[in-house]
Design a protein around this ligand. Sequence first.
Ligand SMILES: [Zn+2]
Length: 255
Amino acid sequence: MELFNRDGKEFTGTPEINEKGKPYTQVAITCDRCHVIGGRRLWIMGIENNRPYSKTGFDCWTCGNTGVRKMVDDRLYTAEELAKINATAQKRAAKRFEAEQAEAARKAAEQAVKEAAFLTSCSDFIATLSKLDGEFWDSFTESFLRRATAPTERQAAMVEAEVAKRAQNAASAFVGAVGDKIVLTITIERLIPLESQFGTTYINLCRDQQGNVIVYKGNSNIGDVGETVNVRATVKEHVLYNAASQTVIQRPKLV
Ligand SMILES: [Zn+2]
């Protein structure tokens, strides 16, 4: 009768019979700690250029220098038995695959529910984000949507501040006409230093009492951040910057 090992390889030889009356054969498990080098079996230290090397010249104590780590019984099967075993294994694999598919579907559904809940609970925040243009807010929005968790306090505060700033900018109007000499009551909101070969000058970002943005760039010190001052100045130009109408003044004098 033809016999095969578990992998389907045909067995040629005389099988042994175990106590249950089943045929088997003994196969050698090769020792992985030694190798024949230059005609002599040696314990190997490592592999170099895909070749085992032994600098010690020691025998292998793992296998007693036989090259065989151990002998194991290997069951042999008839073609019919093997077919049955393979069919069972296949069935088990199919079942496992099915279970994995079901689990993946369950996870996907769970994720979808989570995502829907996120979109609902954060719909106001997301709507606000969608109105904030610019590279920074685009990537902020993208990563927020990717993470799909409620905004942190810091994120919420950041967005709120940006919305307020934009509303303020949008409410800013031009003051006077270019060339006009005007008197303004302005609060200095920011000082941006500009280094040049002639020293440091400052861009003074200010706001008048109607919320209009007033900009002064030059050497005159008109005050510190947070200070409200009265100045007489000439309207140099009107510019639109970050959606804010800005009135640029020159030669300011404190009055
Ligand atoms: Zn060995």
